[in-house]
Write a protein that binds this ligand. Structure first.
Ligand SMILES: Cc1cc2nc3c(=O)[nH]c(=O)nc-3n(C[C@H](O)[C@H](O)[C@H](O)COP(=O)(O)OP(=O)(O)OC[C@H]3O[C@@H](n4cnc5c(N)ncnc54)[C@H](O)[C@@H]3O)c2cc1C
Ligand code: FES
Length: 366
């Protein structure tokens, strides 16, 4: 069924411009031993994206459709071609395929750019930006930094970036280049968890104390508005948020992007015994599709089983590709990390982690 969907997506790529695109690889650049940047030719019309958003790649591997999200590392204000940077994961299917098998000329089906890890920009803004990145979490932050530097002459960017060792600092040269061409506007503090000999900078993981100590000093000027962007391993993100909260940074000033969440045990088998199948109606591109969702299944899983071409990517509640608005009934959402508080208040749900909790539920995919 997934294979058929892939065929369907490919065939419809030209007609369903809104949802899917086919991009041609222009160039690949090895950033570190295990990280590759893939630049795409501009499609016609040009790819419409905000710095910090991500693409969902739809690949067919071993006869099965695979979808993975990758943040755009480029800025539409600066870079002529959009790019993603992919880090190999040990045993990872898609990240290794991209690192080994992506070459110029190859065509890739993607979903249009999505994501809330974005900012507003204005030439009059006078802000302190705090960027906190770990490993491949630098990817969306790179696009945002470039955009600030070109659009906000009065703002200052601090980048606190944790990598494993000197060799694994992604965009090391590009970051140095940005510092040189923007003196005093981009301040970078590298932190290495396993430095090699000769490293004189900060060592160890980025924890709450280090983040608090660094930004306590930078947030002294009450005249400057602050904005924070955090992307990296779960523990680093949590401790950074705790540190900023203690420094009095309001939650609205902090944006986070998670690439991966350790999955907790979902509904235990015995818990599902008391649950019943529920009728769910999904409104997709104006058409209503009603189907039963059996206990333990999400609305997305049941919709895909029905053969519906519902949008999705991470299937973990992170990327928002499966976002819909609840028009009737109630759902329980196991994971809502990808949604902002405003979206939740407006009735948005993530179909990949929502199960119906009412006899009739209606969701419009938006
Ligand atoms: C919004 C968003 C943006 C992303 N942007 C980027 C990006 O810019 N660059 C990038 O390299 N990746 C990014 N990712 C992660 C990416 O989508 C994939 O999850 C990653 O490449 C692993 O896919 P895989 O097929 O290689 O691994 P899989 O074959 O899916 O997984 C292999 C094993 O690793 C575990 N795992 C999966 N993902 C991770 C992870 N990220 N960290 C730790 N363990 C994991 C799995 O549970 C499994 O055990 C992003 C994810 C999201 C949700
Ligand atoms: S598919 Fe990513 S949030 Fe649902």
């Amino acid at each position: 069924m997934l294979f058929n969907l892939f065929k369907k997506n490919k065939e419809e790529a030209d007609t369903k411009e809104d949802a899917y695109l086919t991009l041609r690889i222009r160039e690949t650049v090895r950033e570190t031993a295990d990280t590759l940047t893939v630049y795409f030719e501009q499609p016609e019309p040009f790819l419409d994206y905000k710095p910090g958003q991500f693409l969902t790649l739809i690949l067919e591997l071993n006869g099965k459709q695979e979808r993975r999200s990758y943040s755009l590392c480029t800025s539409p204000f600066v870079d002529p071609f959009p790019g993603i940077t992919v880090k190999r994961l040990e045993g990872g299917l898609v990240s290794n395929h991209i690192n080994d098998q992506f070459f110029p000329g190859k065509r890739v089906t993607v979903m249009k750019p999505l994501g809330n890890f974005v900012s507003d920009y204005h030439s009059k803004n006078r802000r302190i930006y705090g960027m906190i990145a770990g490993g491949s979490g630098i990817t969306p932050i790179m696009g945002i930094i470039k955009t600030i530097l070109v659009n906000e002459p009065l703002s200052i960017v601090h980048l606190l970036y944790c990598s494993r060792s000197q060799d694994s600092i992604i965009f090391n040269e590009a970051i140095k280049g940005l510092q040189e061409s923007n003196p005093g506007k981009l301040i970078v503090a590298h932190q290495l968890s396993q430095p090699k000999e000769g490293w004189e900078g900060a060592c160890g993981r980025l924890d709450k104390g280090k983040v608090a100590a660094y930004f306590a000093e930078q947030l002294q000027d009450p005249g400057l508005e602050s904005r924070f962007f955090i992307c990296g391993p779960e523990g680093m993100m949590r401790s950074s948020q705790d540190a900023l909260a203690e420094l009095g940074v309001p939650a609205e000033a902090i944006r986070t992007e998670s690439f991966y969440l350790e999955k907790e045990q979902t509904v235990a088998e015995e818990d599902t015994k008391d649950l019943v199948s529920r009728l769910v109606t999904v409104v997709l591109e104006g058409e209503e599709h009603a189907f039963d969702v059996v206990p333990g299944k999400t609305i997305l899983e049941a919709g895909l089983d029905e053969g519906l071409d519902m949008p999705y990517s991470c299937q973990s509640g992170l990327c928002t590709a499966c976002r819909g608005r609840l028009i009737a009934g109630k759902v329980t959402m196991d994971e809502d990390a990808g949604l902002s508080e405003k979206e939740i208040a407006e009735g948005f749900i993530l179909c990949c982690s929502s199960k119906p909790a009412d006899s009739e539920v209606k969701v419009r995919i938006e």
